[in-house]
Design a protein around this ligand. Structure first.
Ligand code: DGT
Ligand code: CA
Ligand code: CA
Ligand code: ZN
Length: 595
């Protein structure tokens, strides 16, 4: 069993216990181990082979070790099953609704026997929630907003979830090596969209004399994939299935000669393809999923690779992330396509948390792991005190943390450890820490974590005020949205970006797949204004470092180039590109360099 699967069972048990009214210590113990399992590199089924090793894990004693064993052996956990006799599993979906905690879910279930998002929505519409204890009209309105968002997002999946399913499927299909030559993801996943409707996979087969037999064999193999819940279609060259988590997968088996045409067609977007087909027609050709051919006579023009098709159409190659018909085709014709930033360009990560606030690893552990990735620098940016749930640091603890980072630097040579902070932007736009303390830090990242429902004017003023503070260098997860879960703050993005430009504040592209904030269209707006961008993971454990790729793909969708992204710069140039601290002599680092 994967760590993720064990963690999910523990997490669900914790949530059900909380709904059931268990004391905090009881459900937290499950939650903590679930979180731990997401963050360790060792496989839990391997660790469990050695009792002593299993119990070395923090939070795992005799009892928890036995629970983990039970899960590994039976694939489920008896306490979870027992709780599910009392509460339907769909109740856990309600926890994702903004403004609904376990207590409220328990109350609603007890009073109305409601256990689905639709059920809650009906109650809210009928005005039945406002009089419940602990609810009120405002809560009712927020719940209605949340159910609407849930409906809008239903049926779509976060990029990381789709990416992980794809990875597993590609490996599985590729197992019939004698027959399968390549397995390639297409569709919105290849374009790096922030949410994915379904997976589109293209499979090419090795040349062989009995083609149909091979196609049938591969299709049969795919239909035996363990994660399948239902077979939706099984045609001659196509297999569609529904996975247990509700994700649909369309697999197409195709000829090598038409691979480029098929990849182009099934990568989309539909809007991009419509324009390409029109262009082909204007040139006297026809473009479909099999090839680019002449309109008259159907003579083959191109089809083996995407590159040759674009070339025949008189276009530079267009990266998948740009294929949304938002100006890329004209740019390809005029040779003005952007030279998109790449994962390999990234030299450092500028937002992460350690055990000083809500992270799971120490400064040293983060440093060592970042060094292994080849990074040249990282900023350790724990939370400030306003975020009490994350154990945010006050002035005194921040100063201590700076000392700890400086001390850790001696123990982790070969990578620059920058002392940072993720300082909260308070309700009024003031920052959560004194300027004297901010002045001591190498990197000041500022963000909003409270009063997120402020109106447009208020929220715009709040962020503008924060940008006025001369110590603010990076505006982190600027819109606060959570993918499929929470709408962005309401504010005037153009004014914020103009102010960021005026003050030399860098905007973050938060790579965490739940955030992806700024998102593609806002990044493009930032770039067009000359606002610099930093792509950071917001890691809460070093296991999150690889999430950087989702930030990079989002930036690419925003037409962002290497030169727009400051964490593609070497350390000293990176530091120089940050807003200079008040009083700091200009060219401070230039002096340092020459010294
Ligand atoms: P999704 O799955 O909603 O996240 O978005 P896509 O872009 O993956 O869309 P999907 O799965 O319906 O189709 C994959 C690609 O295949 C799509 O981007 C373009 C192409 N395609 C599929 N069906 C059609 C169609 O009926 N007409 C056209 N022109 N293209 C299609
Ligand atoms: Ca798709
Ligand atoms: Ca599809
Ligand atoms: Zn944050």
């Amino acid at each position: 069993m994967e760590n993720r699967e064990v963690a999910k069972i523990l997490q669900e048990t914790a949530q059900l216990l909380e709904i059931d009214g268990a004391i905090i210590g009881r459900y937290r113990s499950y939650e903590k181990v679930a979180e731990l399992l997401y963050s360790i590199h060792e496989r839990i089924d391997e660790l469990a082979k050695d009792d002593a090793k299993l119990k070395e894990l923090p939070g795992v004693g005799d009892g928890m070790a036995a629970h983990i064993r039970e899960i590994l052996e039976t694939g489920d956990y008896s306490l979870r099953q027992k709780l599910l006799k009392k509460y339907p599993l769909t109740l856990l979906d309600l926890l994702h609704l903004q403004g609904m905690g376990p207590k409220k879910v328990a109350i609603l279930f007890k009073k109305f026997k409601v256990a689905t998002v639709e059920g809650v929505e009906t109650l809210a519409r009928e005005g039945k929630l406002r009089d419940m204890e602990g609810f009120g009209e405002k809560t009712e309105a927020n719940i209605l907003k949340a159910t609407e968002l849930a409906k809008r997002s239903s049926g779509r999946f976060k990029l990381d979830v789709a990416d992980e399913e794809t990875r597993k499927l590609v490996a599985y299909i590729g197992k019939v090596k004698e027959i399968v030559e390549s397995v390639t993801p297409a569709g919105s996943l290849r374009r790096g969209k922030e949410t994915i409707g379904d997976l589109d996979l293209l499979v090419t087969l090795r040349p062989g004399h009995d083609k149909q037999k091979h196609v049938d064999e591969v299709a049969a193999h795919i239909l035996k994939y363990p994660g399948i819940d239902q077979t939706l279609a099984h045609g001659e060259n196509k297999v569609s299935v529904l996975l247990g988590n509700g994700l649909q997968v369309d697999v197409r088996l195709l000829e090598k000669d038409s691979f480029g045409a098929a990849l182009l067609y099934f990568t989309g977007s539909k809007e991009h393809n419509v324009v390409l087909r029109g262009r082909a027609r204007d040139m006297g050709w026809t473009l479909n999923e099999y090839a680019l051919t002449t309109l008259k006579g159907g003579r083959f023009v191109a089809g083996k690779t995407e590159e040759e098709i674009y070339k025949q159409l008189g276009l530079d190659y267009i990266e998948p992330e740009l294929r949304e018909n938002t100006g890329e085709i004209a740019a390809a014709e005029n040779h003005t396509l952007p030279n998109l930033v790449k994962l390999a360009d990234i030299r450092g990560d500028l937002q992460m948390h350690t055990t000083a606030s809500d992270g799971r690893n120490s400064i040293e552990e983060m440093g060592e792991a970042a060094k292994k990735l080849g990074y040249e620098y990282i900023a350790l940016t724990d939370h400030s005190k306003a975020v009490t749930v994350a154990n945010g640091m006050d002035e005194k603890r921040t100063l201590e943390q700076i000392k700890k980072i400086r001390a850790a630097q001696g123990r982790v040579p070969g990578i620059r450890l920058l002392a940072g902070i993720e300082v909260d932007i308070l309700k009024t736009g003031r920052l959560d820490l004194d300027d004297e303390v901010l002045a001591q830090l190498d990197v000041v990242v500022a963000s909003v974590h409270s009063y997120m429902n402020q109106g447009r004017a208020e929220m715009t003023d709040r962020i503008l005020a924060a940008l006025e503070n001369p110590y603010v260098q990076i505006l982190a997860h600027p819109t606060g949205r959570l993918v499929l879960r929470r709408d962005p703050f309401d504010y005037d993005m153009e004014r914020i970006l103009d102010a960021a430009k005026a003050h030399g504040v860098v905007v973050e592209c938060n790579a965490f797949p739940d955030r992806l904030d700024l998102k593609d269209v806002h990044l493009r707006m930032a770039k067009e204004r000359g606002v610099k961008i930093v792509i950071s993971t917001d890691s809460h454990s070093f296991a999150h470092f690889p999430l950087m790729k989702f930030g990079v793909i989002t930036a690419r969708r925003g037409w962002v180039e290497k030169k727009d992204v400051i964490n593609t710069l070497p350390t000293e140039q990176f530091l120089d590109s940050l807003r200079a601290k008040p009083g700091a002599a200009k060219g401070k680092t230039a002096k340092r360099k020459s010294a």
